[in-house]
Design a protein around this ligand. Structure first.
Ligand SMILES: NC(=O)c1ccc[n+]([C@@H]2O[C@H](COP(=O)([O-])OP(=O)(O)OC[C@H]3O[C@@H](n4cnc5c(N)ncnc54)[C@H](O)[C@@H]3O)[C@@H](O)[C@H]2O)c1
Ligand SMILES: O=P(O)(O)OC[C@H](O)CO
Length: 320
């Protein structure tokens, strides 16, 4: 048995994939009306339309009903994770908690496992991250993910528990690297989308992705991450996916910026708040992150894309 808290696209997709192992899966929805809709339609028409919910996937609205010690995957958006944990502290305490969100909290600069540690000190927090579009996972298409948990034994148990017919899970104890990779790749995906939206070409995008990867490495290594984590699924792997696919919401948001078009505010774009959180931290740590800085300036409307490119291209020449 396993439970997923958060019935957005990703939580639902993970629940479907976990159900494919044959075990019982509970998917928690915070909105009872949404839960009823899913129970009746056997589909999450709001967030993941077109995929049937299997019979062994049970929709619940009370986290208290989840059996004690059962792992819970937390699939709320990054900037909402704190609210969810505060509201459901008692139900979530004393069990393995696996964050499935990507980003940095704007108000504190913490990543998902840091928030869990702060609010539920008894937890051994983990994070599941890597290249994965919800619709791909829900349709049974294969991918590989990183499960990061500082507690080696807890990580090993979660690796087993989260492996499904279409999800191959690699494990690491490097939560810092796994979190930073997933956070910064969304910022660079916005920049990549903007470059493509403005018609600046694929060479420009490849250069931006590479220099964005350098920014990711610079910050993560300074924070104690391991280089191999950044070169792996949670860093390079997810950067490659998100910066090159129109399935990505961060990339599509960037495209809109590049085209000077508006974007639906109801769509989850984790890189927007995270770019500000990452830049705040970079400034505090005196780390040079010019692409992140340009993304924030474009989001604030203080810089147009072409000015951002000029700014990046006219920086002092240096060794790679
Ligand atoms: N969609 C993907 O392909 C994908 C893939 C990998 C990782 N992720 C990550 O998963 C996280 C969630 O993204 P998503 O795609 O499922 O988003 P989504 O927009 O599809 O759904 C967000 C869900 O969170 C719920 N929610 C909002 N505030 C909440 C709160 N305070 N408490 C509990 N639930 C709350 C909403 O009701 C909604 O069901 C993000 O951090 C994202 O980066 C998404
Ligand atoms: O749609 P995005 O941009 O939130 O990306 C989804 C996943 O993070 C890709 O791994």
């Amino acid at each position: 048995m396993i439970a997923v808290a958060g019935s957005g696209a990703f939580g639902t997709a993970l629940a479907i994939s976990l159900a494919a192992t044959g075990q019982g899966v509970q998917l928690w929805a915070r909105d009872p009306a949404h839960a009823d809709e899913m129970r009746q339609a056997r589909e999450n028409t709001r967030r993941l339309p077109g995929v049937e919910l299997p019979d062994n996937l049970q929709i619940i609205t009370e986290l208290e009903t989840i059996a004690a010690e059962m792992p819970v995957l937390l699939a709320a958006p990054m900037q909402r994770l704190r609210d969810m944990l505060v509201l459901h502290k008692l139900a979530l305490g004393g069990r393995p908690l696996v964050a499935c969100c990507k980003g940095v909290e704007l108000s504190t600069g913490l990543g998902p496992t840091g928030i869990i540690e702060e609010l539920i000190p008894s937890a051994k927090p983990a994070i599941l991250t890597g290249p994965s579009f919800a619709t791909d996972i829900a349709h049974g298409l294969p991918t590989a993910l990183t499960l990061a948990c500082r507690d080696r034994d807890a990580g090993r148990a979660l690796q087993q528990a989260l492996t499904t017919p279409n999800l191959r899970i690699y494990r690491t104890t490097d939560t810092v690297g796994a979190e930073l990779g997933g956070a910064v790749k969304n910022v660079i995906a916005i920049a990549s989308g903007a470059v493509m939206g403005a018609g600046l070409g694929e060479s420009a995008r490849a250069a931006l992705m590479t220099r964005g990867f350098a920014e990711m490495q610079r910050m993560a290594l300074e924070l104690g991450a391991r280089p191999d984590t950044l070169a792996g699924l949670s860093g390079f792997g997810d950067l490659a996916l998100t910066c090159t696919s129109e399935q990505s919401r961060n990339y599509r948001y960037g495209q809109s910026l590049g085209r000077g078009e508006s974007f639906d505010a109801d769509i989850t774009v984790e890189g927007a708040a995270t770019s500000r959180a990452v830049l705040d931290q970079a400034r505090e740590m005196k780390i040079d992150m010019p692409i992140t800085e340009a993304v924030v300036a474009m989001l604030d409307g203080t810089l147009q894309l072409r000015q951002a490119m000029e700014m990046l291209l006219s920086r002092p020449l240096k060794e790679e």
